[in-house]
Design a protein around this ligand. Structure first.
Ligand code: NAD
Length: 276
């Protein structure tokens, strides 16, 4: 495919753009993921809590694409944190996906009030040592959580998947990731399609390049050097969102987008989020 890869801190190559399936029901996931694979996506981002690992797995199997050309991410849900529960949850995820390994396994949320992410991550290290995951990482970890994890475990996370878009640019997290060689993976990259794509600055840049607002925003993520995982179930948008490798934002565009940062989250605050 024409999507470039980023090399993770353990040497594994990860496509810089993938397909997110949050809020896609299991019985629609097979079609949506199948459409994405046909459009050229090779990286799929799911999670146990999304409830669509089976539908995702069916699409992967039906595609006939060689396993080593696919990059599959899933995430450990909060209620399964803890060493032994993690190992059981991983077995369930790979069984639902119909795979014998996943490319990237992430701790979905840090749950700092429960204080179980270090034990959880030790189970991730075992899965990694056993070859059942090609890379391990985290999601929604704040810099303080990363520093503690790195201090108490041996494998530096390959990825931290966090909410990041032009209205929440996360400079502090990006700097912390850079210090540790952790790749930043941006969730809700299009701001969940709620308002961001109508912001006049984005619309104007889109007109200037003859591209859509979504394509401009995705280009911005790529030019930051991050991994990005837009979601859509609409075939034309699925195709549009991967058609972002034939143009470049210039310094003026990047400067204008830099000014859109509001530091405002669409999702929960990782410091306090504690839902099982
Ligand atoms: P997103 O920012 O990708 O926005 C998706 C929505 O934007 C779509 O539902 C649609 O309404 C709109 N959209 C998509 N393409 C468009 C286009 N070309 N033109 C106009 N509108 C368009 O939102 P998301 O689904 O929240 O995030 C993407 C992925 O990130 C998820 O599917 C999931 O895989 C991941 N994610 C992870 C976490 C986490 O805690 N780790 C949280 C949320 C999302």
């Amino acid at each position: 495919s024409k999507v470039p890869t980023i090399t993770l801190n353990n040497g594994v190559a990860m496509p810089q753009l993938g397909f997110g399936v949050w809020q896609v029901p299991d019985d629609e996931a097979e079609r949506a993921v199948g459409t994405a694979l046909e459009a050229g996506y090779r990286s799929i981002d799911t999670a146990a809590v999304y409830g669509n690992e089976e539908g995702t797995g069916k699409a992967l199997a039906a595609s006939g694409i060689a396993r080593d050309e696919l990059f599959v991410t899933t995430k450990l849900w909060n209620s399964d944190q803890g060493h032994d529960a993690t190992l059981r949850a991983f077995d369930e995820s790979v069984a639902k996906l119909g795979l014998d390994y996943v490319d990237l396994y992430l701790i979905h949320w840090p749950l700092p009030s429960r204080d179980t992410y270090v034990d959880t991550y030790r189970a991730f290290e075992k899965l990694y040592a056993d070859g059942r995951v090609k890379a391990i990482g985290v999601s929604n970890f704040l810099p303080e959580h990363l520093r503690r994890l790195i201090g108490e475990t041996s494998v530096v996370p390959a990825v931290n998947q966090i909410e990041l878009h032009p209205q929440l640019q996360q400079a502090e997290s990006r700097a912390e990731h850079a210090r540790h060689g952790i790749v930043t993976e941006d969730w809700s990259p299009l701001g969940q399609g709620k308002g961001l794509l109508d912001v006049p600055t984005i619309v104007a840049i889109a007109r200037k390049h003859g591209k859509s607002p979504a394509q401009v925003v995705l280009r911005w993520h790529l030019q930051l050097g991050n991994v990005v995982i837009p979601k859509s179930v609409t075939p034309s948008r699925i195709a549009e969102n991967i058609d972002v490798f034939g143009f470049e934002l210039d310094d003026e565009d990047l400067g204008a987008i830099a000014a859109l940062d509001e530091g405002k989250r669409l999702g929960p605050d990782p410091a306090t989020f504690d839902v099982a």
